[in-house]
Design a protein. Structure first.
Length: 83
């Protein structure tokens, strides 16, 4: 295995082109085999459950539509829902 210390529920998701949060976005899993590197660099203060929703061309409300998350990676011009 490429990341023997990576203890995730579904190893097939590691390096699948989508940044998964939680245990996937760890050093032991190679930052999701590189899938989360750009997210981590661009939004170091953004802590969301599904990082793949950042910059997915849909304005997601709540924690995604914040300044720390770059207004959902540019999907929202400002705070979603006027919040």
């Amino acid at each position: 295995a490429r990341y023997p210390s990576c203890g995730v529920d579904d190893p097939s998701l590691v390096g699948d082109g989508v940044c998964h949060g939680g245990d996937y976005n760890t050093e032991e899993c190679g930052w999701d085999d590189g899938d989360c590197v750009e997210y981590n660099e661009n939004y170091p203060e953004c802590n969301v459950a599904i990082p793949g929703w950042i910059g997915n061309n849909r304005c997601d409300d709540g924690e995604y539509g914040t300044k720390a998350c770059g207004w959902d990676g540019g999907d929202c011009i400002g705070p979603c829902g006027g919040k």
